[in-house]
Design a protein around this ligand. Structure first.
Ligand code: CAA
Length: 445
């Protein structure tokens, strides 16, 4: 069967930064460790006054097209995944195509465009749509541009305020990709949930603690569903496991559950039995409560074993680095986790070509999806082309009062003028509103 997957990826972070330990924690009267250690977050990205989901997405896509030498006619569809859309009819992909047409000779008149919504999992769903379109043979030799772009803002003083972020990921999906091939096996865990939603409102209604439980429950279902088609997973099967990362602490909780599941009835469980016993089995307990308590106790011990710590350090920790500096990018989050893993491999000479990753996506509301990806030979060149580190380092560090102004500037219910903190350079910028209340964009040299 033809290999289909991600040929190239580019990211664009919002150009402003809120430091959680230095700026956020003191204002909240909190110990910085709550953010840096508890949530695992150092900073969040925010868009400057002239940035939004369109500029970030278009700038990431432009960088990708330039680097790969692509013209509009090479692209047969543009799908944008976002949960920060500002229009219930006209999709963000049309705005992004409009931006790109300002800088290319050709146009996207024959590209299918759309917008995908299912909270943070929509980025992976768009990727799937693109893969399926190519596998169905409907692409006429063209690739698909998938853009996951979000400005993840919470209402001021909401518990989620510490987990904000803004940025975009652009991916080019083709046959014979240079970066990763996607497995046709997939697993889903999906249920009608109200953990996090935005009923026609910009800032989410969130039940934070419940959202953690829903994430874990749907992820577990997705893994079982994935195993029903791919066979049982073993921790050694995957070099990295990028998860949707609303904040790294969430992934810490998911990882130990996943590891416990994967080691059950394996030599790893047997080897650990002397130290921590074997995993509790439901049939050995009279009540569900007693069983669940025994599982919690087992996991507390499991997380402190050397076997788990090593696995976590090798397989999970490397996926969290970018997220810990930029916060939650919603639809882009799992894709920066993949990028983080690939970058770690290049920096540490991990021989990754031909090896597999397990990619675990999640969207509130709620659905998890799990698939495998095989890293392609030559992936290093793709990864080295990314300038994400320079982008992260170049962000303007906001003071508290500047942060408050930026939050207001991007609040759709307020109309706040704000002098930019940075200078646009060879990029698309937001340029005000047109006569039909459409947003307008120009390219600044
Ligand atoms: N040093 C070290 N650790 C500390 C600490 C300190 N000084 N103080 C607190 N901590 C730890 C806590 O023990 C806790 O860790 P555990 O969960 O492992 O116990 C962690 O820091 C966070 O502390 P709290 O639980 O007290 O934090 P909180 O009540 O302010 O809220 C939150 C945390 C619920 C995640 C909140 O930020 C939130 O609502 N976020 C938005 C929702 C979200 O991201 N949910 C994730 C799943 S849903 C999803 O994934 C979709 C999506 O993208 C939104």
């Amino acid at each position: 069967m033809t290999a289909v997957g991600i040929d190239a990826m580019e990211v664009w972070t919002g150009k402003l930064k809120l430091d959680l330990a230095e700026t956020f924690a003191p204002q909240k009267g909190d110990d910085p460790g709550k953010y840096t250690k508890g949530l695992g977050l150092h900073a969040s990205s925010f868009p400057d006054a002239y940035e939004d989901i369109v500029t970030m997405g278009a700038n990431a896509a432009h960088r990708l097209m330039d680097r790969k030498g692509l013209e509009p006619e090479d692209i047969g569809r543009i799908d944008v995944a976002t949960e920060s859309a500002f229009d219930n009819s006209k999709p963000v992909s049309t705005y992004i195509a409009g931006c790109l047409e300002q800088v290319y000779d050709g146009d996207f008149h024959h590209a299918n465009k759309g917008e995908r919504k299912f909270a943070c999992i929509a980025g992976t769903q768009s990727l799937d749509d693109a893969v399926n379109w190519i596998l169905a043979g409907r692409n006429r030799g063209r690739g698909a541009l998938v853009v996951a772009t979000d400005t993840a803002l919470y209402a001021r003083d909401d518990a989620g305020e510490a987990t904000q972020g803004a940025g975009a990921v652009a991916m080019y999906i083709t046959e014979d990709p240079d970066l990763v091939e996607l497995s046709t096996e997939q697993g889903y865990g999906s249920a009608d949930e109200t953990d996090f939603l935005k009923p026609n409102q910009q800032f989410p209604s969130v039940d934070g603690k419940r959202s953690i439980q829903v994430y874990l429950a749907r992820m577990r279902e997705a893994l079982e569903d994935f195993e029903s088609v791919s066979g049982k997973s073993h921790p050694d099967d995957y070099e990295y496991i990028p998860f949707h990362t609303p904040y790294p602490g969430m992934v810490r909780k998911a990882a130990v559950l996943g590891y416990r599941h994967m080691i059950r009835d394996t030599e790893i469980e047997a080897e650990l039995a002397d130290q921590i016993g074997t995993q509790p089995r439901r049939e050995d307990f009279d009540s569900a409560e007693a069983f669940e308590q025994a599982i919690r106790d087992y996991m507390d011990e499991l997380k402190n074993t050397e076997a788990y710590r090593e696995w976590y350090a090798d397989t999970i920790e490397p996926t969290l680095d970018i997220s810990s500096h930029v916060g939650n990018w919603y639809t882009g989050s799992v894709h920066i986790a993949r990028m983080s893993a690939l970058r770690h491999a290049v920096e540490n000479d991990v021989d990754l070509a031909g090896k597999r990753m397990l990619v675990a996506s999640y969207g509130s509301g709620a659905q998890a999806e799990i698939h495998a990806e095989t890293v392609q030979p030559g992936f290093e060149e793709e990864v080295l082309a990314s300038n994400i580190d320079e982008q992260i380092d170049a962000r303007y560090d906001l003071s508290w009062s500047e942060y408050e102004q930026v939050h207001d500037r991007h609040n759709h219910e307020k109309s706040v003028e704000l002098e930019p903190f940075t200078q646009p350079d060879s990029e698309f910028v937001f340029d005000g509103w047109g006569p039909m209340n459409e947003r307008k964009y120009t390219y600044v040299e």
